[in-house]
Structures are given as structure tokens and as C-alpha cells.
Design a protein around this ligand. Structure first.
Ligand code: PSU
Ligand code: MN
Length: 310
């Protein structure tokens, strides 16, 4: 675990919002949020509206939101309205995973942080809980493409709890679970035996572990910190029932979207944003409503966990 003393070594690299700085000083619960979902995951202006709504959801649970992004060579921990607007309107924002973070910082480019880069930033800033939509994972066909998200490596090494709605069914979910197990990441489904699959509540796979309350999850996190070199914990929180798109229906859209990405030669870090955009078109915007509902649901759970941790 990083202590206050260690984090001061990064004081010149980190810019806190006023709200986050005062929360850190007062020891208040804080929830980190990623920014790739804003710049590469949702269309304007729903992305900015959702970012603000998610922050409000976290405050309503008694925690403080810290949206993370790279701007002007700094790691922004907490974005005020002007910064969020600047990021959302900027052209050519880099999608930054671990491999991209130092480039964006060294060149002063705008960088939106993925799950991996947000975990790195959260660790430096001393934050323990992070809410997102879905994590990256092992892509279908990874045995030939080698496309495995750096999110999985980061979960293996960085001590941050990531609350998500499971792995998107556009990934190879069984292989994703195998890699998480190899990297020593506890995967906990909240309130269900099934591993959720982002837009759908069920993936057809059993989750490795189940816990039902924020308190139980916070207790597990406390236990985890007793082990030196411990990495992250993944909490999978199913999308609320009324907002889900059933897996059988999603499967058709996902296959069509992946085929389109293949046909257009989309590769590497562009795959996830492209496929998400294609699915948005195929579902006539329904996937966006589901995406917003699950992110808000994850933010509320993450806030409740953060409250129980302090
Ligand atoms: N899921 C979404 N929207 C997103 C992402 C995932 O619904 O924008 C982003 C997250 O930031 C995640 C990243 O960390 O995609 C994974 O990208 P890659 O597979 O290139 O590592
Ligand atoms: Mn990838």
C-alpha cells in the first residue's frame, strides 16, 4: 500500500481537483473513474452528461469522485467542469493504457486513461477503489492476434479494487477468467453466482467467488492488503435487471460488429472503441442506455465499498 509519504514523490506530476485534495486531507472515501469511457466509449454529449451523472451518484453515496485523465503533462486526479469540458471537446485524445501513459505525459498530449492507466494513476494518488463499465480482456481469436488487454496485467500487479459490470461478451470470457486466475486476481461477483457479461446479467459462466454486500467486499480488500505485493481485485456487478440486453440477443450484434472490424482491418487499441460504436448503431442506441445504467450502478457500489474501507 502506498502511504501519504510515498505519494508526495509524485506531487509535481499530479494535479488534484480542489474536491479531491480536500477529501485526501480529510481521509474521506474517494472513487477513481476512468476517462477512456468518456472520449472513446460514448458519443458527445452523452459522454459528458454521463460523466457528471456518475460523479453525482458517487457523491450521493457519501464519497468523492476522482475522474482521471492526462492533460498538459500532468496526471489529473479529479476533473472540474472546465477540465472535463476541455477533455471531451479536445481532438486527437490518446487512448492511454500502461504503454501509452509516459508518451502522453512526456509530450503533453491529452490522454484518456483506460482501466490499466487509471489503476496506475490511482495507486500513485493513494486511491483504493475505482469504478468503470467493463474491463478489457482476452479478445476472441487472441490465439492468433495476441490481443490481450493490458488491463489484466495491471489487475495482477496494482493494488486497486476495480468495480465493473463483468467482461464484455465481445471478449473471450473463459480465457479472460483463466488469465485473471493466473495473475492471482480475485474475481468477485456481487449479489450473483454468475459472472456478469456487461450488457447482460449472465455470461453462462459461474463467477469464481460471490459476495453480497459492500461491507463484505471491503473486508476482503482489507485482508488482501496484508499480503506483500498483492495486486488488484475485480468486482463484477451485474447490470440492473430492467436495463439489460439479453446475451442471446447481444451475441448477434457482437458477431456482426467483430466481422465489420475484421473486414475494415481495425487492429490493436482501436478494436474496442470501433466494436462499441458498431454495436451502438446496431442496437439503435439501446446499448448506450444499458452502458450508462451499468456505469452508474458500478459507481454506486464502488462508493459504498470506499465508504466501508475508511
Ligand atoms: N468498455 C467500455 N467502454 C470503454 C472501455 C471498455 O464499455 O471505453 C475501455 C476501458 O477503458 C478499458 C479499455 O480499459 O476499453 C480496454 O481497451 P484495450 O482492450 O485496448 O486494452
Ligand atoms: Mn488490445
Amino acid at each position: 500500500m502506498i502511504s501519504q509519504a510515498d505519494t508526495s514523490a509524485y506531487a509535481d506530476l499530479i494535479v488534484h481537483s480542489d474536491e479531491v485534495r480536500s477529501a485526501l486531507e480529510l481521509g474521506k472515501p474517494i472513487v477513481a473513474l476512468e476517462s477512456t469511457i468518456i472520449t472513446h466509449g460514448m458519443p458527445f454529449p452523452r459522454n459528458v452528461e454521463t460523466a457528471r451523472q456518475v460523479e453525482a451518484d458517487i457523491r450521493a453515496e457519501g464519497a468523492v469522485p476522482a475522474t482521471i485523465a492526462l492533460m498538459d503533462g500532468k496526471i489529473m486526479v479529479g476533473l472540474d467542469d472546465a477540465d472535463l469540458d476541455r477533455l471531451a471537446r479536445a481532438e486527437d485524445v490518446m487512448k492511454c493504457s500502461r504503454a501509452d501513459m509516459t508518451f502522453a505525459l512526456a509530450t503533453g498530449r491529452y490522454g484518456a486513461t483506460t482501466v490499466a492507466a487509471t489503476m496506475m494513476a490511482a495507486e500513485l494518488a493513494g486511491l483504493k477503489v475505482f469504478a468503470t463499465g467493463g474491463i478489457g480482456g482476452v479478445h476472441k481469436g487472441a490465439e492468433t492476434s495476441f490481443d490481450i488487454s493490458a488491463d489484466l496485467d495491471e489487475l495482477g500487479r496494482t493494488p486497486v479494487c476495480v468495480v465493473c459490470a463483468g467482461a464484455k461478451a465481445l471478449l473471450d470470457i473463459p480465457k479472460t477468467l483463466e488469465v485473471l486466475e493466473t495473475k492471482g486476481v480475485p474475481v468477485i461477483a456481487c449479489g450473483t453466482d454468475e459472472l456478469p457479461a456487461f450488457w447482460s446479467r449472465d455470461s453462462g459462466l459461474k463467477a469464481p467467488y460471490r459476495l453480497d454486500t459492500a461491507k463484505e467486499i471491503a473486508d476482503l480488500l482489507k485482508m488482501r492488503t496484508r499480503f506483500p505485493g498483492h495486486g488488484g481485485v475485480l468486482v463484477a456487478n451485474p447490470v440492473p435487471e430492467g436495463d439489460e440486453i439479453p446475451g442471446a440477443e447481444m451475441a448477434g450484434y457482437i458477431d456482426t460488429a467483430i466481422a465489420k472490424a475484421d473486414a475494415e482491418g481495425v487492429r490493436g487499441k482501436d478494436v474496442t472503441p470501433f466494436v462499441l460504436g458498431a454495436i451502438l448503431d446496431l442496437t439503435d442506441g439501446r446499448s448506450l442506455a444499458t452502458n450508462i445504467a451499468l456505469v452508474r450502478n458500478n459507481a454506486r457500489l464502488a462508493a459504498r465499498i470506499a465508504v466501508k474501507l475508511v
